[in-house]
Design a binder for this molecule. Structure first.
Ligand SMILES: C[S@@+](CC[C@H](N)C(=O)[O-])C[C@H]1O[C@@H](n2cnc3c(N)ncnc32)[C@H](O)[C@@H]1O
Length: 219
């Protein structure tokens, strides 16, 4: 079993105690259907090295393999969707890096198991890029990065075959939509109201559509 504590100091300073696999699975089983929906969005605001996110990813990829294992392009597109809908934040940079690496390793192993020498490096490059944008180092209480800037998450939508649309939102704007929290420290123009008075977040940036194999060219 993996160690649940890295050091006493980290426990005292950051409450860092990792959840064991049995508990992770028991908790995820409470939302089993969502964990097996390829495009369901998961955001963990204290993700550590990814105990929950890696299991969510494994479950989604099992569905991708079962449904699309015979068609490489479909498999690749839906693997992109599975990863692009997983988000995490942690305050410690080493946890963020370990989490990204762990999720990347799961995708790579599963892909290679399925398609062996036919695996395309550009697919894995896109996955790496997604993880660098979706798993972020920051403070989930203040919703800022270590240099005081707002945490920003991209929303990825696969549209028209293999094309992807990216829109960036601040974490604060996303939270103000899903809760009735008083407005956090954020620009008022990050939130809109729909005709029913429901809050909808406004993207702070929209990108031109591109192939899912070329998202890394965005910046
Ligand atoms: C109890 S551990 C849980 C880790 C992981 N979710 C798991 O279950 O294995 C809490 C995690 O939250 C992180 N953390 C503590 N304060 C935080 C904050 N303000 N914002 C983001 N992450 C934070 C710690 O670095 C640690 O990785």
């Amino acid at each position: 079993m993996a160690a649940q504590v890295k050091s006493k100091q980290r426990v005292e300073e950051h409450g860092e105690v990792f959840t064991n696999e049995r508990e992770v699975n028991a908790m995820l089983d409470m939302v089993k259907q969502e964990t097996e929906r390829i495009d369901s969005r998961f955001l963990e605001p204290a993700c550590g090295d990814g105990n929950f996110l890696s299991e969510v990813l494994r479950r989604k990829l099992a569905v991708v393999t079962e449904r699309y294992g015979k068609s490489q392009l479909e498999y690749e597109r839906y693997t992109f969707v599975a990863v692009s809908s997983i988000y995490g934040v942690d305050i410690l940079q080493d946890n963020v890096e370990e989490c990204r690496e762990r999720l990347y390793g799961i995708v790579k192993d599963t892909y290679e198991q399925q398609f062996k020498d036919d695996c395309r490096p550009e697919v894995l490059d896109s996955i790496r890029y997604l993880l660098s944008k979706n798993i972020l180092c920051g403070d989930a209480l203040t919703l800022t990065t270590s240099d005081g800037k707002p945490i920003v998450f991209p929303e990825w939508s696969l549209v028209m075959g293999s094309k992807v649309k990216r829109r960036d939102f601040t974490f604060a704007a996303l939270l103000n939509v899903s809760t009735d929290m008083p407005t956090l420290d954020m620009a008022a123009d990050e939130i809109d109201l729909d005709e029913m008075g429901k809050r909808i977040p406004k993207p702070i940036k929209e990108y031109p559509m591109t192939s899912f194999l070329e998202v890394a060219k965005y910046e």
